[in-house]
Design a protein. Structure first.
Lengths: 597, 383
């Protein structure tokens, strides 16, 4: 056990975690020449395309020191985007150390701080790493000042590296051996292993990833998952290399996987403890808190017949994504679907995209909203995840909306613009600290509803990409909300309704109508788009009827091209939903996210 | 039964709306006729010995060549391909070329049908379109053609041109009717992406095309042609009873055809192929005896979709029995079910297994065809 090191890589988004992980894997010859590629741990197509990490990835490597001693490293690469910080927190629970990567050209950013605190809370040994030293714009001295200030380490403890050139990477490996404590724990004690992740593999079924804190597990042991109370035969256990590598026994300190004929996603709870049926441990490992969704939206199959298939797909997806929650709901416009909880909009987008790619499920996502608390005259408190769930005005006492505290770090020259943005979003300034002479951290109290949509994009653009942002929920506050309905040819479309602050309703309604006019294709009759609060129409647009839809020429050379065009058009149409007599494309249900201002 | 299309890729000037492969230069003009004949030799087995019922020389502007050259090309074709004695041999022509002497000589060639690109009898429209002829040329060309004895004539017209009022459009139609032209093709002006017209409209140098105007003028056209006793046998084609353009009609009936010349298309019932749209690359291919073309094999659903798309545009309509015998009862049922919903909306008639467009349906033929399209199921896909 003394030769094992379990550590994760944490940082702000894009500071180079996955690239640095590549170099560590290179130096330890973990990956064959044939399998090499950039950010090799980002194995999902979506991650590769977007160049970001979405899921944590664990991998084992063997590091030989100069003295010829072999060390077993279990590395977990984590995502940097705010939406996925829960991935970081669960990875941290399986480790004794963390590499805190800081981009030398950008310095400390909001998620550097929030992820660092997560690691400190779990008593991890922090190894600060100054990355991207190959870049001209690197400011090593300034950034070192910031790091020393933040974690109170020695200046010399900070390792300078470049994930690109490989500079300094050897020193990281040495530091891991020297500074990260070996796991403690007793291999002879009753088994106590923490489930920190689970994945679904279409060949192998459900695979749970664990970290053993005490005891020993052998292949074919009879084990129990404490929280769910379910018992299994450990059909296969092993370690996570570039693939799965089976082992006969594993013991305290080890990180690995178990395949045990788990049937349904509900049986595996990330944070659960695995122990032996015969010789159970006294208590569960205190895991980490269940993640709470921040935004809710309906997901409906484009083809209403696919409802059951959608349920299956969502269940499988949930295995890879413990933070996704859903429950059945129905809509007059869209039929049967699910109300889903997401960590943020990026998360929502990714779920939709993964449903499409991995499960070939074509879905409609409805307008997202946050969770409101409705107080009724009878003294009840109702959680409202959906505009249609809002109690009627006759019994509604008042509504409260979730509030967040936001920390924004930026160059001082952009502070004015950032403040304006926050105030526009009903924010209240709480604090402003100069981190250095030209870097400022501002803290705002803001309604969550105001930041979930496009706040982050706006923030990035007004600060030319310099501002970074982190937030956490602080509680609820009364809010003046109204329900804004959208009517198509006079018929309200429940899936397009939103709950919105009274002061924003008019502008919002107008912009919504304008956007829908762009998104709804012309049909054989005029389509009236109206926004209404109660019975009052506050905005209106018309999609003019199509007068003519016929190609002039259809001769020898035109036929093939024309057929392809029409086939494509038909495909597009299949992705539309008939609402009343109007054909509404998938994209229109998310119009709210595309409003330009 | 088969057709032969020969593409002449030259024009004296490019029309703004043109998206055909044609060059306003003389490059390789001397080499082309010989190369066309070469390609006929290289492709002589494409039609598997079927007899040609139609030869269509199009472009571009075939009349950039003197009648003797045209005659040589036709002669070469009849040498390579068995040709029916009464075959329709058509040539496209632009008014500026149709002088009495030229027509007189053309009359002596096997050409027996003439299709003239008139487009409009108004100078301002011709100017908007950047045509190379004047309104006066247009009238004169028709007179000359009739005088030379070309009575199997087609005239092309364009409507929906900004500036073409309904009154002027009515005059254009009336002019061709007064000449007793047996066949008229009338096209809605279409702004194809990437054309000069597209760019000029985007840059606001030319006024945009209005859909409502085109729709109204299409209706006008249908009414006037019906009143004059013409058959509306395809969306853009009208003729005196029975005088259908045989070559073009064969495109809508799934008859095989071979295309010769750059950008020309060919079809053999199951696959389509098209020559490169590049004169040099095409010539190079002929020289090296490796014609440069791309080919696409049609799946059953694609064949059905093409059948629906083309047949629906004609007065003969889409025959559900043909669908059943060629593609099976499953597809027939799918097409019928969709068609029934259009019938309710008054867009199609379904009569004894034949689906045809109503007058209103003709304005929405594309959307209707798209909805009638089917997709391949796994079992219909070729291995
Ligand atoms: N010049 C230079 N570029 C680097 C270095 N490390 C990473 N990059 C680039 O920075 C970008 C982000 O790198 P990643 O490794 O994907 O960053 P990450 O921290 O894993 O990002 P997330 O997982 O999405 O938070 C990529 O374009 C890398 O090529 C470095 O040391 N030098
Ligand atoms: S005459 Fe025909 S081919 Fe030539 S430029 Fe005009 S439209 Fe194009
Ligand atoms: Mg990454």
């Amino acid at each position: 056990m003394k030769n094992i090191r379990n550590f994760c890589i944490i940082a702000h988004i894009d500071h180079g975690k996955s690239t640095l992980a590549d170099r560590l894997l290179d130096l330890t010859h973990t990956i064959g020449e044939r399998d090499k590629k950039e950010q090799v741990l980002d194995s999902m197509d979506l991650e590769r395309e977007r160049g970001i990490t979405i899921k944590s990835h664990a991998i084992q490597m063997v590091y030989k020191t100069d003295d010829g001693v072999d060390y077993l490293f279990n590395l977990i690469d984590t995502p940097g985007h705010v939406d996925f910080s829960y991935e970081v927190s669960r990875s941290i629970a399986a480790c004794e150390g963390a590499l805190l990567i800081v981009d030398a050209t950008q310095g400390i950013q909001a998620q550097t701080i929030s992820n660092l605190y997560l690691a400190i809370d779990h008593n991890l040994e922090i190894i600060p790493v100054l990355n991207k030293m190959d870049l001209e714009a690197a400011m090593p001295e300034d950034v070192k000042d910031q790091i020393v200030d933040l974690i109170g380490c020695d200046r010399d403890d900070i390792i300078e590296t470049s994930g690109k050139t490989g500079f300094g990477v050897e020193r990281i490996l040495e530091a891991i051996v020297e500074r990260v404590p070996a796991p403690s724990g007793d291999p002879k004690a009753p088994l106590q292993a923490l489930i920190f992740d689970s994945v679904y593999n279409s060949y192998r079924g459900i695979i749970a990833y664990f970290r053993i804190f005490n005891g020993t597990i052998r292949k074919n042991d009879f084990v129990k998952f404490v929280a769910t109370g379910r018992e299994y035969n450990a059909d296969e256990i092993g370690v996570l290399c570039m693939g799965l590598q089976p082992r006969e026994t594993m013991e305290a300190g080890d990180v690995g996987y178990i395949i045990s004929g788990i049937k349904s996603s509900k049986e595996v709870k990330v944070g659960d403890t695995i122990t032996h049926v015969d010789n159970p441990c006294g208590e569960m490992i205190s895991g980490f808190e269940n993640v709470k969704p921040m935004v809710f939206a309906g997901i409906y199959p484009v083809d209403a017949d696919d409802y059951e298939e959608l349920r299956n797909s969502m269940e499988k997806l949930q295995l890879n994504d413990a933070s996704l929650t859903f429950e059945p709901e129905s809509s007059a416009a869209l039929g049967f679907g699910f109300r889903c909880g997401f960590l943020g909009l990026l998360h929502m987008e990714i779920v939709q995209e993964r449903l499409d790619r991995e499960f070939d499920m074509d879905v409609i996502t409805t307008v997202p909203n946050v969770n409101y608390k409705a107080y009724t005259t009878k003294g009840e408190v109702i959680d409202v995840h959906n505009p249609s769930g809002m109690p009627g005005p006759n019994i509604l006492e008042h509504v409260e909306e979730p509030m967040i505290q936001a920390h924004i770090i930026s160059k001082s020259e952009y502070v004015g613009a950032i403040m304006n943005l926050c105030i526009d979003r009903r924010g209240e300034l709480q604090n402003q600290v100069y981190l250095t002479s030209d870097r400022v951290e501002v803290s705002f109290m803001l309604p969550l509803a105001e930041i979930v949509f496009d706040f982050y994009d706006k923030l990035k653009s007004i600060s030319r990409g310099y501002a970074s942002f982190d937030y956490h929920i602080t509680g609820y506050q009364p809010a003046k909300l109204v329900r804004l309905d959208i009517l198509l040819n006079g018929e309200p479309v429940d899936a397009l309704s939103t709950l919105i602050h009274h002061d924003n309703a008019y502008t919002f309604g107008r912009r919504m109508c304008e956007k829908l006019r762009e998104l709804i294709p012309r049909q054989q009759f005029d389509v009236a788009i109206q926004a209404a609060i109660g019975a009052k129409i506050i905005a209106r647009e018309t999609v003019k009827a199509l007068r003519k839809d016929v190609t002039a020429k259809c001769y020898g050379g035109d036929i093939s091209r024309k057929r392809k065009l029409l086939e494509k058009q038909k495909k597009g149409k299949k992705r539309m939903r008939q609402v009343g007599n109007v054909e509404v494309p998938q994209s229109a249900f998310l119009a709210v996210l595309k409003l330009d201002s | 039964m088969a057709g032969l299309y020969i593409h002449i890729p030259y024009c004296r000037q490019k029309c703004h709306y043109c998206n055909f492969y044609s060059l306003a230069s003389r490059k390789y003009r001397e080499l082309l006729p010989e190369a066309l004949q070469q390609e006929m030799i290289l492709q002589k087995d494409y039609l598997t010995g079927e007899t040609l019922h139609t030869i269509y020389i199009g472009g571009g502007t075939p009349t950039v060549y003197p009648p003797q050259v045209i005659a040589e090309i036709i002669l070469a074709a009849t040498k390579q391909f068995k040709t029916d004695a009464r075959a329709e041999i058509n040539i496209e022509a632009n008014p500026d070329d149709l002088l009495p002497d030229y027509l007189h000589q053309l009359r002596k060639t096997p050409v027996n049908r003439l299709s003239i690109g008139i487009q409009s009898f108004h100078d301002d429209d011709l100017h908007y379109l950047n045509r190379n002829h004047s309104a006066a040329n247009a009238y004169q060309a028709i007179r000359n053609a009739l005088a030379a004895g070309f009575d199997n004539l087609n005239v092309d017209l364009i409507y929906g041109i900004p500036g073409l009022t309904d009154k002027k459009w009515g005059e254009n139609i009336k002019t061709v009717l007064d000449f007793h032209i047996p066949h008229i093709s009338a096209y809605a002006l279409t702004v194809e992406p990437g054309t000069a017209l597209d760019k000029l409209i985007n840059k606001k140098k030319l006024p945009p095309v209005e859909e409502q105007q085109a729709a109204d003028q299409f209706v006008m056209l249908m009414e006037m042609m019906a009143a004059a006793g013409y058959e509306h046998y395809e969306i853009s084609n009208f003729c005196k009873p029975g005088q259908y353009a045989r070559h073009n009609t064969s495109y809508w009936q799934g008859i095989s055809y071979l295309g010769i010349g750059p950008s020309a298309h060919a079809f053999d019932g199951r696959s389509r192929q098209w020559n490169v749209s590049n004169l040099e690359a095409w010539l190079q291919g002929i020289r090296s005896h490796k014609p440069a073309f791309e080919r696409e094999i049609l799946s059953p659903a694609q064949q059905l979709n093409e059948y629906v798309m083309t047949s629906l545009r004609t007065m003969w309509g889409t025959d559900l029995q043909t669908i059943q015998s060629r593609f099976g009862a499953g597809f027939r049922q799918m097409v019928l079910q969709q068609a029934a919903s259009f019938q309710k909306q008054g867009l199609v008639f379904i009569n004894e297994d034949i689906i045809t467009l109503t007058q209103r349906g003709k304005l929405f033929a594309d959307g209707i065809a798209a909805e009638l399209f089917v997709e391949d199921s796994e079992k219909t896909l070729p291995e």
